[in-house]
Design a protein around this ligand. Structure first.
Ligand code: MG
Length: 376
């Protein structure tokens, strides 16, 4: 089932304090909006993502990559309509509608909603109310309410796209949420288990709570890689994507980029996903002479598909010759470009082995690398 997500970000909510809407405020080092987007962009079952922005916030559109940007309306209902219509030309099978102010939706929560769409027109996460419920006035309790059968609704709320688009187009005006719109059109909505951590940032205290929850969940992984290639006849070597003139070349099945291979293996290592040889068998003629950029990009894409981003990496080239220093800046820039990182997260340095061993005798080049991956 092809799933698209609509992230509704057109609210002006400033109850959370500050003078900009809460989705643009910082939370654990990134904007609330970036965390929310990452939760969906990193989910393997979510294809297209539509972000619905307030007309005053269209300047933020350029800060997102790989999303469709729609202009929201005066109400939530109008904003969801804009998101749905943005998909109408190429309709997905299912759509998830999510509040930008819920940055902690987990992959499991999103899976539960998508799974339920296999046998329901709509599905949404909720938590049964467990606290006693009172009515009150002027700080005094005036009565109690039965909590049986009451739920606290969350998002993402998921629907079969075509039926929900019809329901939404036919709905006269604003509604409490998308489930209310679906039900008014007679669509069945299944309740799936919500998640206490999937909080909606509303008041000032919610930023601190969200950061606390994120701290306990962030997954940081480290991987190392090591590679060696022998010299052969030739007039240049390729190291970290840069061609360096030399009186010899490196021997290998691909372009023999020993530095990029070590880095690629470091990323696979952090993911416990084997090594280059496993993903690109040397027995396969397809990779003969291949630019190693293919391997590095595959490792980074694999990390992204599992919700990780490369936080930083460090490559050490071990050789007497050629001199690496004059090319290190270009190598960093090239690796950063391939991985989609800022250059200050990528290090390339070199050492000799004091003329000892095979690198000391000039028989080849060795490289080692370390990469740190973070999943928020
Ligand atoms: Mg290699």
């Amino acid at each position: 089932m092809e799933i698209a997500a609509i992230i509704v970000a057109a609210g002006r909510g400033t109850r959370a304090g500050g003078d900009v809407p809460k989705q643009w405020r910082a939370l654990a080092g990134r904007r609330v909006a970036d965390w929310t987007l990452a939760a969906f962009a990193g989910h393997p079952r979510v294809g297209r993502i539509v972000v619905v922005l307030h007309p005053d916030d269209m300047g933020q559109a350029d800060t997102f990559t790989d999303v469709i940007v729609a202009t929201g309306g005066a109400t939530r209902h109008a904003s969801v309509a804009a998101g749905l219509e943005a998909l109408a030309g190429d309709p997905p099978d299912g759509v998830l509608i999510h509040d930008i102010a819920r940055p902690l939706a987990t992959p499991d929560l999103i899976d539960r909603v998508i799974d339920a769409l296999d046998h329901a027109g709509g599905a949404a996460p909720a938590l049964a109310v467990t606290d006693a419920l009172w009515t009150g006035a002027d700080d005094r309790v005036t009565g109690t309410r039965d909590r049986d059968g009451l739920y606290r609704a969350q998002t993402p709320q998921g629907f079969r796209y075509a039926a929900y688009l019809d329901a939404h187009r036919a709905h006269p005006g604003d509604a409490a949420d998308d489930v209310a719109v679906a039900r008014s059109a007679g669509l069945d909505v299944t309740i799936v288990a919500g998640d206490e951590r999937n909080l909606k940032i509303t008041g000032p205290d919610d930023f601190a709570r969200a950061e606390e929850l994120m701290g306990g969940r962030v997954d940081i992984r480290t991987g190392t890689g090591f590679d060696v290639h022998a010299f052969t006849t030739g007039d240049a070597v390729t190291l970290c994507g840069v061609t360096v003139p030399h009186e010899r070349a490196l021997k290998g099945h691909s372009d023999a980029d020993v530095g990029m291979h070590a880095l690629t293996d470091a990323i696979y290592g952090a993911l416990a996903e084997g090594d280059i040889g496993q993903h690109f068998p040397p027995s396969d003629d397809e990779w003969k002479g291949a630019a190693s950029e293919i391997f590095l990009r595959h490792a980074v894409d694999l990390a992204t598909s599992k919700g990780y981003r490369v936080s930083n990496c460090d490559v050490t080239l071990i050789c007497e010759m050629p001199k690496i220093g004059p090319h290190a800046g270009a190598m960093r820039a090239e690796l950063a470009r391939i991985m989609g990182l800022e250059a200050d997260r990528v290090s390339v340095k070199a050492t000799t082995s004091e003329r000892l061993g095979f690198t000391g005798r000039g028989e080849g080049i060795a490289a080692q690398a370390v990469a740190t991956l973070v999943r928020p």
